[in-house]
Design a binder for this molecule. Sequence first.
Ligand code: SAM
Length: 341
Amino acid sequence: MKAAFEDVLKCAVDEIELSKEELIVLISAGGKECNALFQLADQVRRRYLGEEVHLRGIIEFSNFCRNNCLFCGLRRDNRSLPRYRMTQSEILEGVHKAAGLGCKTIVLQSGEDEYFRADLLAELVYRIKKEMDVAVTLSVGDRPREDYEIMRQAGADRYLLKHETCDPLLYARLKPGASLAGRVEELRWLGELGFRVGSGNMVGLPGQTVETLAGDIVLMRELKVDMAGIGPFIPNSQTPLGSCPGGTLEMTLKTLAVARLVLPLAHLPATTAVRTIDPQGRKLALKGGANVVMPNMTPRAYRTNYLLYPGKTGLTDTPEESFAAAVEAVTDAGCKVASGY
Ligand code: SAM
């Protein structure tokens, strides 16, 4: 191990706040340094959050999207994707099923679908909270502040809005018509409105550097996020970035591990994307700092068309099978399924 790496790791062990430059040293770990980093992230996770892993059932209720993000299969210009929108009763049925299986948090995610106005989402959240004992996370993209307010008043507990990359130029290139500053402002509003806030970033975006990844973690520390979804970028041939290389397992695991050191109490999912690029990805993430798994509770008929990227795992599974696979992943990693929210 290089002396510089050992020095920074020692600071992390002593829980000294790390600078961006020090985070770059950790994310640049190679060979045995990676194992030392993963082990420390695992220890920090166990010390702060114990053995428990939370299962958060995700329902992908619409794949319509007004945006044209260069990386995403749901982008407006992807005409080859059959579009779907679940009805309110289908969504409620899905939430009942997920809650019945044991999910204590339900994540409702969609493309940026203007059909689902704030009042419609609020009604849905209100009914879910009235009928079931679950926490509700919304992940429906950029909205005006009034919309977030309406959803929060209806009872939504958390909101997931990944900043994707802390590089403003890269953000503007990847998300035409949008700005990083705008998204960060929304993340601040969400906190002010009393949501538990989730952000996150993709690893391996074209033009991204190790410095960008360290900046992503610093930004999430500044925002005091409650959750950080960190997963690899996976190229999709139906998008303009289809021929770019994707994020690697090693870089994703290193970024996740460093995020755990910097955000000891944050909820960090072992993402579907990390499982997609490597069958061992989910288990390795759980052994390297992650403490959340998000079983897919979308009905089988719809999930095949929520195609952000190719090769997504579990597309032919039922919600019951996805839930069982998530429980297995948790026990395989030597952890326990959490009983709380
Ligand atoms: N539109 C909403 C938003 O912007 O928050 C939520 C839905 S969006 C499809 C959910 C997440 O999918 C994004 O935050 C992004 O990180 C991820 N995603 C999209 N395309 C991806 C790709 N090609 N590889 C990896 N992750 C991708």
